[in-house]
Design a protein around this ligand. Structure first.
Ligand code: FES
Length: 99
C-alpha cells in the first residue's frame, strides 16, 4: 500500500469527498496520490469488460486514473491537484460526453 514519505507533514490538511467517504489530503497532493494514501486503489472500470483499473504511471500517460471530479468526467487523477471540499467518484465504464 502506498504511504507518505514524510511524517509529520506541515502542509495544511484538506477534506475530500470520495463517494460516501470523507478522506483527508494534504495541500499540493494530486487527487490520485490522496486516494492511494487513503487506501483507494480502484478508480475506474473499462467500458467493454468493466475491469477495474487504478493509477499506474502517475504522470499523465496511461489514463488508468480517470475519475469524475466535481461532476466532470474523464479527469486524470494524477494530473489534478486536490481542493478542499472536492467531490470525487469512480468513473464506471465510458463517460457521457455532452457537446
Ligand atoms: S496514473 Fe497514468 S495517467 Fe494518471
Amino acid at each position: 500500500m502506498p504511504t507518505r514519505l514524510s511524517s509529520p507533514d506541515s502542509r495544511p490538511t484538506l477534506t475530500l469527498h470520495f463517494e460516501q467517504r470523507e478522506i483527508s489530503a494534504r495541500q499540493g497532493d494530486s487527487v490520485a496520490s490522496a486516494l492511494l494514501a487513503a487506501g483507494i486503489k480502484r478508480f475506474r472500470t473499462t467500458p467493454v469488460s468493466a475491469t477495474p483499473r487504478g493509477p499506474y504511471c502517475m504522470m499523465g500517460v496511461c489514463f488508468d486514473c480517470l475519475l469524475v471530479v466535481d461532476g466532470v468526467p474523464n479527469q486524470q487523477g494524477c494530473q489534478v491537484q486536490v481542493r478542499d471540499g472536492m467531490r470525487i467518484e469512480r468513473q464506471l465504464g465510458a463517460a457521457e460526453i455532452t457537446p
